[in-house]
Design a protein around this ligand. Sequence first.
Ligand code: S3P
Length: 183
Amino acid sequence: MEDQTSLPNIVLVGFMGTGKSALGRKLARRLRRVFVDTDATVESLAGCSIRELFARDGEEAFRDLETAAAEEVSRMRGCVVATGGGIVGRDENIRLLRTGGVLICLESRPEIIVRRTQPWTSRPMLRSAPNPYQAVVRLMEERSHRYALADWSLDTSDRKPQELLDEICAKLPSLYPLAGTRS
Ligand code: S3P
């Protein structure tokens, strides 16, 4: 059997509600890889939910733990990694995620994201916005140049999970050589 730990991590980045966790878990199952979710790592480091962490210590504290989660990922190999939508905000995080990994950005149209991210009470970046649609559009615009740093992007808007998995798996051989080669 193939030694999974000699393969790069497959790191899914992208906005909230683009399907990183759901698709990541399915991809890991299909490829028989370990699945890691940086939001879950943050919650275990914090000892509370992300919502509680934002409320208790603020966004910067959350971002620091997110960087700690990216550091953990940089020491792993052969995993499928789903990340939080804002992880691309720090250069340091991108460098860490790229260490032995390839970055795939999942994209979706804002109206689909608005639908998939409800209830917004559990989304600290959207919960206090008077108009979540506008908040999604604005945050997406602010972050678009960061998401563009990924090695490859895929629109998940109107696609079935199985189709997306097939497309990702077909693309992987051409992405693997990029692992760890860019900063
Ligand atoms: C965030 C996205 C969330 C989570 C946190 C902040 C963001 O993850 O990390 O609420 O800044 O976009 P998902 O993208 O998995 O929802």
